[in-house]
Ligand binder design. Structure first.
Ligand code: NAD
Length: 501
């Protein structure tokens, strides 16, 4: 055991000693070995991070837009130069293959690039002469100290959905990464410092529920962005708003791909395998259910299975690997348990990932190969529940209407896709489906940074999606100023309600 991952508060690491909050093991999922420990913050350590952020706020909010933007551009360049280093840290602790980790860094970088345009994004409106010689204008101001709480599955990208925009808007930030893969956050903090971001503007507290609960209750924290599972998202939203905070809490998902009979089945099979098994299915936008409209089911399953059998499973740092292990042994066991549940419910296992060959040997890694379940009964647990692993369920449906009904009756509404060559059907789907992010012949429709990311129903608590203009809105609040500079004709006393008559 070598590394010890600590906090980053006020521009310095807090020291490699596990505090009274204790520590948690960090595993290499490909070997099952413990590679280090992450410090779990106490209430006092969270308070120290929030205090540092609060001290830094007045100076940062008054830093000119030009200077803030220059820091962002420098951070962008450094992150770009170190993308391989960030990806290597992610891969070692999360397990995803290096190319996939690079992909998440690239998507995070796009948000940084979007945030570089903050002077334009913060422009307000101005109306001259709303009354005679009276002008009105709107401005958006930062909130103060804001916090971000991240899940394990995107240790770089998800925090970057949050902090580039929060910081660009003039806020100061406290990040609470997942305790499973915390190392990327410290490298990111170092890069901010090298970009000459003032100390205290970006802080990292490592931790678990203790840290989250303190951030949710701390009176100095004005807003919380959360991404994680639905039960915790609901808890964070309810607790944070009860403490008077602005909260956006993104939750879990169960994403369906609806395949109409006129679709290009080779494109569908390629897409289903990529979106179902990329990152071992540990993506909130993974496709986990294929709704095959009759009569395409048999041919489609055959095409998917032939592709799945060729996938190379192995350690994330082996360039041959296409899919890595799952994040923990407990998660692997939970995912595997759904195969038995599926069989009990009447599904048929056509590819069983439990014994999939692993390039370089299984060792004690948290392996689970790609699994395909066919004839999954609609409404069964395997169909409805988020499994968050490499398990693709095929549900046979008779019609577009039946498929749409299954999507809309689910509790989640994160992402979905339709595959068809019929533009009218696709347009109808985009109109009728109750989901936040839609793909048309695109399996993982993650919006670009200049749009906003977020689902509907139990996939998001709060009303603001992340990044894009909604992100700018979330991290600022509006003011409208009505001003008059006196001249001799100001009109004297008037007890009536102000009107522009
Ligand atoms: P998680 O909910 O277990 O953890 C998320 C964060 O909450 C972590 O920082 C964790 O330390 C903290 N946390 C965990 N338990 C807590 C508790 N009881 N009280 C307070 N805080 C707690 O999620 P995860 O397993 O890390 O990530 C996977 C989940 O995230 C999946 O459900 C996935 O769909 C979801 N996710 C959603 C999106 C999205 O955009 N909607 C994106 C990525 C991941």
């Amino acid at each position: 055991m070598t590394k010890l991952v600590d906090h980053w508060i006020d521009g310095t690491r807090t020291g490699a000693v596990a505090g009274p909050g204790g520590g948690a093991d960090i595993f290499n999922p490909a070997t099952g070995e413990v590679e280090g420990q992450v410090v779990l913050a106490t209430v006092e350590e969270v308070d120290a991070a929030v205090a540092a952020a609060a001290r830094a706020f007045p100076g940062w909010r008054d830093t000119s837009l030009t200077r803030r933007t220059q820091v962002l551009f420098r951070f962008r360049e450094l992150l770009d130069r170190h993308r391989d280093d960030v990806a290597a840290l992610i891969s070692a602790e999360h397990g995803k293959v290096h190319s996939d980790a690079l992909g998440e860094v690239a998507r995070g970088l796009e948000v940084v690039e979007f945030a570089c345009g903050i002077p334009h994004l913060l422009k307000g409106g101005f109306s001259e002469n709303v009354s005679t010689r009276v002008d009105s204008y709107s401005i958006r101001q930062p909130l103060g100290v804001v916090a971000g709480i991240a899940p394990f599955n995107f240790p770089a990208m998800v925090p970057m959905w949050m902090f580039p925009i929060a910081i660009a808007c003039g806020n100061t930030f406290v990040l609470k990464p997942s305790e499973r893969d915390p190392s990327a956050s410290l490298l990111i903090a170092e890069l901010w410092q090298r970009a000459r971001l003032p100390d205290g503007v970006f802080n990292v507290v490592q931790g678990d529920k203790v840290a989250v609960d303190r951030l949710l209750a701390h009176p100095e924290v004005k807003a919380v962005s959360f991404v994680g599972s639905t039960p915790i998202a609901r808890y964070v939203y309810e607790t944070g708003t009860a403490h008077g905070k602005r909260v956006q809490a993104l939750g879990g998902a169960k994403n369906h791909m609806l395949v109409l009979p006129d679709a290009d089945l080779d494109l569908v099979a390629d897409s289903a395998v990529s979106a179902g098994f990329g990152s071992a299915g540990e993506r909130c936008m993974a496709i986990s259910v294929v709704l095959a409209v009759d009569p395409v089911g048999d041919e489609l399953v055959e095409k998917i299975v032939s592709r799945v059998r060729d996938l190379v499973i192995g350690p994330g740092d082996d360039p041959r690997s296409e899919m890595g292990p799952l994040v923990t042994a407990a998660h692997r066991d939970k995912v595997a348990s759904y195969l038995d549940i599926g069989v009990q419910e009447g599904a048929k296992i056509v590819v069983d990932g439990r014994e999939a060959p692993v390039t370089g040997g299984r060792g004690n890694g948290f392996w689970m190969g790609p699994t395909v379940l066919d004839h999954v009964p609609p409404g069964s647990r395997v169909h409805r529940e988020e499994i968050f692993g490499p398990v693709l369920s095929i549900v046979r449906v008779r019609s577009y209407e039946e498929g749409l009904g299954l999507i809309n009756s689910g509790e989640y509404g994160n992402g979905t896709a339709i595959f068809t060559n019929d533009g009218g059907a696709a347009r109808r789907f985009q109109n009728e489906v109750e989901v936040g992010m839609i793909g048309i012949n695109v399996p993982i429709p993650v919006p670009m940074a200049f749009y906003s990311f977020g689902g509907w129903k139990d996939s998001l608590f709060g009303d603001t999606h992340v990044h894009g203009t909604e992100g700018v809105h979330f991290y600022t609040r509006g003011k409208v100023v009505t001003s008059r500079w006196l001249d001799p004709s100001h009109g004297g006393i008037n007890l009536g309600f102000p009107t522009n008559a």
